[in-house]
Ligand binder design. Structure first.
Ligand SMILES: [Zn+2]
Length: 127
């Protein structure tokens, strides 16, 4: 079950605001790719999954991932087949998500309609 930190109207407003360049706007944070600085998604698309925005998981190879959950990530593309195997969210199958700018593996899309992005590969900043 998804719960938006801000409602979708506000998220859309953030996107609309980027069109015109007035300087007196409030903070307008976005999530960016660490490697290529591509803009991935407004920070307002952050969601709580299982009551938390950030999660720490260990994959079957023993690699620890710190992930942050977002409702949508327009700046990435998804690839691979959906699979429920080893899913960190037992109700949700996953597939890979990569940065549209540099093709870095940036996280995973889950079939419940959200993304988990690898915290060390993204940063939050101003547009
Ligand atoms: Zn990138």
């Amino acid at each position: 079950m998804l719960r938006l930190l801000q409602d979708e109207g506000e998220a859309k407003q953030v996107i609309d605001d980027t069109v015109d360049d007035h300087e007196d706007t409030e903070r307008n944070p976005f999530i960016f790719c660490c490697r290529c600085d591509a803009q991935l998604t407004p920070a307002a698309t952050a969601v709580l999954i299982a009551d938390k925005h950030e999660h720490v998981f260990v994959n079957p190879s023993g690699i620890l991932y710190h992930i942050r959950c977002f409702k949508q990530v327009a700046g990435c593309y998804c690839h691979g087949d959906w699979t429920p195997e080893w899913s960190w969210f037992p109700d949700n199958a996953w597939r890979y998500a990569a940065c549209s700018g540099c093709h870095t593996h940036i996280g995973w899309e889950y079939d419940g309609g959200f993304f988990g992005l690898i915290a060390e590969r993204i940063y939050e900043g101003e547009h």
